[in-house]
Design a binder for this molecule. Structure first.
Ligand code: 10D
Ligand code: SF4
Length: 312
């Protein structure tokens, strides 16, 4: 019974940056730090910060005037930024630079009066934040989640049109949607491929490799983590028995009765400690030591934190 680890897995550069920003803010300001939304979608990370006194809120109105607020890695809308400024909050912006890149594109599209389509999951904070960068009274931004949604769009087929995407989507499904969009709107412009980020792409490709040499896959990631959910979906699509877990505590021994080769991966917001705990548990119930790792190039991307948050 073998353990095989996906590579890359776990924290991406945007998540590492957001976490370091809050850790340093706690040391530098020595005051209550408020975070708009969960900094990243992982229960272990959020609980660890809660224990250090960080307060997570969904609405700016729930933060006292003149406090410190961190915007989560998923980003916020322009309206949210304005509300924070109005309350005289000190803003520490932990939005991933790759999400901010999409914000800027959407804002440009809005300023240039170009009707825009956004591919993403309704209700997800990144989607709310990005769509909230389109502020145009004459034109609209339309959210679509699937190929079926394209038929419901009320847009003239010869109209000037842009599209953008959420960063954590399924690569395969998004390609289908973009193809269908291009068929219906031949003039549509968008990013060269899509706005899906390097970390999402690499983790989905690593999972596909893992599925070729395993019969069971565990995805470590919280239920509200879009990129982790996409990994679980992809695992299931390959036909391999795939389960998403918050931690080793969720593992049921009955899942593993016939397992010979178990694959482990982790979403971009899941810390390595959770992977190590799963390995420890699997070894205890008879899996091999040490685990093997599929070989891929190491991710080298690093996003710098703002200068005022550097703590030495
Ligand atoms: O739900 P999600 O995949 O967008 O977020 P999570 O916090 O799990 O992972 C980091 C990804 C971000 C911040 C979106 F770019
Ligand atoms: Fe940034 Fe991608 Fe990580 Fe999201 S998943 S925080 S876009 S690097």
């Amino acid at each position: 019974m073998n353990i095989i680890l996906a590579n890359p897995r776990g924290f991406c550069a945007g998540v590492k940056r957001a976490i370091l920003m809050v850790e340093n803010a706690l040391k530098i300001y020595k005051k209550t730090i408020y975070v708009k939304h969960e900094l990243v979608h992982n229960q272990y990370v959020i609980e660890t910060f809660r224990k250090k006194g960080v307060i997570f809120v969904e609405e700016i109105k729930d933060i006292p005037n003149n406090s410190i607020v961190v915007f989560s890695a998923h980003g916020v809308s322009k309206a949210t930024k304005k509300k924070a400024i109005k309350k005289n909050l000190t803003i520490l912006n932990a939005t991933c630079p790759l999400v901010e890149k999409v914000h800027l594109e959407v804002e440009k599209s809005s300023k240039n009066n170009i009707e825009t389509i956004f591919i993403g999951h309704k209700g997800h904070p990144e989607v709310i934040g990005t769509i909230g960068h389109y502020e145009n009274k004459k034109r609209k931004i339309h959210l679509i989640e699937s190929v079926q949604d394209i038929n419901k769009l009320n847009i003239k087929s010869n109209q000037k049109l842009n599209f953008f995407t959420q960063t954590t989507l399924s690569i395969k499904n998004t390609q289908f949607i973009i193809l269908a969009l291009k068929n219906k709107f031949p003039n549509i412009s968008g990013p060269k491929k899509e706005d899906i980020c390097y970390a999402t792409t690499n983790r989905q490709n690593a999972l596909l490799k893992l599925s070729k040499i395993t019969d069971t896959i565990l995805v470590i990631g919280s239920k509200n983590s879009s990129n982790s959910n996409r990994l679980t979906e992809l695992g299931k699509e390959t036909g391999i028995f795939t389960k998403q877990i918050e931690s080793f505590l969720d593992i049921k021994e009955e899942w593993l009765k016939k397992t010979k080769n178990i694959g482990i991966t982790a979403g971009a917001s899941a810390p390595d400690i959770l992977v190590q705990e799963v390995i420890k548990y699997l070894k205890k119930i008879g899996f091999n030591n040490p685990p093997q790792e599929i070989l891929n190039d190491k991710e080298k991307k690093i996003f710098k934190i703002p200068k005022n948050l550097i703590y030495t």
